[in-house]
Write a protein that binds this ligand. Structure first.
Ligand code: FAD
Length: 475
C-alpha cells in the first residue's frame, strides 16, 4: 500500500511527534513512522520513567530524614517497596502514552507502526524522499511525502570491552527495568545520566561508586557547578572518582559481582559492585534508515542539519538526538516545531542552541543556559559575575534544601547576560525565567527589577542578577 502525505516523520519521539502536531496545525497532512512506541526514548526509556524513579527516591530519602522536619517515623515503620515504585513509573508512562495517542487522533496524524527507511528517487526529488516501511507482520508499505523529517533519536553508547548484558552490565534502558535494587553499583560516566542515576540510587540506599574519565563531573557545565555537585554527592555518601581509566580487559564477572581494575590518581585500584551501569553518552540512530539513498551528510556520527533543521537535501529535515547538539527532549521538540514551521513557510526564526536550557534532575538539581565562565572567557568576553547561595534565600531554608547557588555571567561592556548556572532546589524549573531573559535580551538589571514573590526560590535569580553590580539585597 502507498500512503501520500505532505509531511512524513520518521520516528515518533518528542522531536517527531511535536513536529507532526505543529505541521498538522499548519494544515499539512502528516504521517509518523515509528518502529516501537509513540513517545520515543523520552517517554519510555528516558525523561519520564527516570524522573518517576527519581521522585520516589527523593520522597524516600526525605522520609528517612523526617526528623529534620520535626516528624518522627517510628523505627521499622518506613520501608521501600521497589515493585510499587516501578508500578507507579509504568502508570505515569502509560497515562502520558494514552494522552499522546489521543493527540495524534485529534490532529488526524496517521501512525504507521514499522521500521522506515528512506528510498529514492521520489516524485519530489530526483534523488530521494519516499519511505519504505517494513511493518511488524513483514508486509511493506510506502509513504510518499513532499517533505520528510528524520527524528530517529539515539541509543546508549557502549565502550569497547563493556557491552551491556542486561544482568551485570546495564545500559540506562536496562536500569529502568530493574526488578530489585542492587546493594552496590559502579556507574561509569559522570555526565547527565550517570549523575542522575548516582543521585537516585544513593537515595534508594544503594552504595554508589561514580567514575568519570575526565577531570570533573558534568564536563559541559560551569566548573563551580561541577565542584559543588561533587561535594554534595560525596557528602551524601556517593564515592566519586575522576580521572579514572578503567582497564576493561581486566573485567571479571561472577554470580552477582562485577570487578574491574582502574588507573586513578591514587594508583591502580580494584572496584567491585553488584552491577555496573554504563552511561557514557548516546549514539545517533543513523544506521539502516537509508541515508545511502540520499545526499544527506553526517558529521561525527550525527546527521548534519542547518538552523532550520534542513539536511543537505533541503526537502528532508532532521531534528532531535539524531543531529546531536543538546540531546534533550525540549531541544528535540523545539527543533521539531522549527522544522514544521519552516516547511509550512510560517517562520523564519532559526534555532539558537544557546537558548536551550540544560537540565539535570539530580538532588540537588542542576540547570543552565548559555556560556560557562570558561567558555565566555575563551570567546573573548570580559565578564562579570553575580552569585547568590541558596543559604541566603528564605524559601530554600524553609524547604530544608539550601545547598547550592545561582550564578549569572554577563559581559562587562555590553551588559548582555551570557549564561546562567544553577545548582539547588527546583533549579530545572527556575531556569526558565533565565532563558526568558535571554530570549528577550534583558539586562541583569532588568531581571533584577522584576518583583519576585517572597518567599520563593525565584528570588535567588533576581538577587544573583543584582549581585552582578553589587546591588543584591540578600548579601
Ligand atoms: P527519541 O526520543 O530517541 O525518538 C526516536 C524514535 O524514533 C524512537 O521512538 C525510535 O523507536 C524511532 N525510530 C528509530 N529508528 C526508526 C526507524 N528506522 N523507523 C521507525 N522509527 C524509528 N531529556 C530531557 O529533556 N529531560 C530529561 O529528563 C531526560 N532524561 C533522560 C533520561 C534518560 C535515561 C535518557 C536515556 C534520556 C533522557 N533525556 C532527557 C533525553 C531525551 O530522552 C532525548 O533527548 C529525546 O528523547 C530525544 O528525542 P528524539 O525525538 O530526538 O528521539
Amino acid at each position: 500500500m502507498t500512503i501520500q502525505v505532505d509531511v512524513a516523520v520518521l520516528g515518533g519521539g518528542p522531536g517527531g511527534y511535536t513536529a507532526a502536531i505543529r505541521a498538522a496545525q499548519l494544515g499539512k497532512s502528516v504521517a509518523i513512522v515509528e518502529l516501537d512506541k509513540l513517545g520515543g526514548t523520552c517517554l519510555h526509556r528516558g525523561c519520564i520513567p527516570s524522573k518517576s524513579l527519581l521522585r520516589s527516591a527523593e520522597v524516600y530519602a526525605t522520609l528517612l530524614e523526617a526528623d529534620k522536619y520535626g516528624i518522627t517515623v517510628a523505627d521499622g515503620a518506613l520501608s521501600l517497596n521497589f515493585n510499587k515504585v516501578q508500578e507507579r513509573k509504568e502508570k505515569t508512562v502509560e497515562q502520558l502514552h494514552r494522552g499522546l495517542k489521543g493527540l495524534m487522533k485529534k490532529y488526524d496524524i496517521q501512525i504507521i507502526n514499522g521500521k522506515g527507511r528512506v528510498i529514492g528517487p521520489s516524485i519530489f526529488s530526483p534523488r530521494s524522499g519516499s519511505l519504505a516501511v517494513e511493518l511488524a507482520d513483514g508486509e511493506m508499505e510506502s509513504v510518499v511525502s513532499t517533505n520528510l523529517i528524520i527524528a530517529t533519536g539515539s541509543r546508549p553508547r557502549h565502550l569497547p570491552g563493556l557491552k551491556p548484558d542486561g544482568v551485570h552490565i546495564l545500559s540506562s534502558d536496562d536500569a529502568l527495568q530493574l526488578d530489585n535494587l542492587p546493594a552496590s553499583i559502579l556507574i561509569v560516566g559522570g555526565g547527565v545520566i550517570g549523575v542522575e542515576w548516582a543521585s537516585m540510587l544513593q537515595d534508594f540506599g544503594v552504595q554508589v561508586t561514580l567514575v568519570e574519565v575526565g577531570g570533573r563531573l558534568l564536563p559541559g557545565e560551569d566548573v563551580e557547578v561541577s565542584a559543588e555537585l561533587t561535594r554534595l554527592l560525596r557528602r551524601r555518601g556517593v564515592r566519586v572518582l575522576t580521572n579514572v581509566q578503567l582497564k576493561t580487559e581486566e573485567l571479571s564477572i561472577n554470580a552477582d559481582e562485577v570487578s574491574i581494575h582502574a588507573e586513578t590518581s591514587e594508583g591502580n585500584i580494584l572496584i567491585t559492585a553488584n552491577k555496573l551501569l554504563l552511561s557514557v553518552g548516546r549514539q545517533a540512530n543513523i544506521e539502516g534508515i537509508g541515508l545511502e539513498n540520499t545526499d544527506i551528510q553526517t558529521k561525527n556520527g550525527f546527521i548534519y542539519a542547518n538552523e532550520h533543521g534542513q539536511t543537505t537535501e533541503p526537502h528532508i529535515y532532521a531534528i532531535g538526538d539524531v543531529i546531536g547538539g543538546v540531546q534533550l527532549a525540549h531541544a528535540a521538540a523545539h527543533e521539531g516545531v522549527t522544522a514544521a514551521e519552516h516547511i509550512a513557510g510560517h517562520r523564519k526564526d532559526a534555532i539558537d542552541p544557546n537558548l536551550i536550557p540544560r537540565c539535570i534532575y539530580s538532588r540537588p538539581e542542576v540547570a543552565s543556559y548559555g556560556l560557562t565562565e570558561d567558555s565566555a572567557r575563551s570567546k573573548g568576553h570580559d565578564i562579570k559575575t553575580g552569585k547568590i547561595p541558596f543559604q541566603a534565600i528564605g524559601k530554600a531554608l524553609v524547604l530544608g534544601e539550601a545547598d547550592g547557588f545561582v550564578k549569572v555571567i554577563a559581559d562587562r561592556k555590553t551588559n548582555d547576560i551570557l549564561g546562567v548556572h544553577m545548582i539547588g532546589p527546583h533549579a530545572t524549573d527556575l531556569i526558565s525565567e533565565a532563558s526568558l531573559a535571554g530570549l528577550l535580551n534583558a539586562s541583569p538589571w532588568e531581571v533584577g527589577q522584576l518583583i519576585h514573590p517572597h518567599p520563593t526560590l525565584s528570588e535567588a535569580l533576581g538577587e544573583a542578577m543584582l549581585a552582578i553590580d553589587g546591588k543584591s539585597l540578600a548579601l
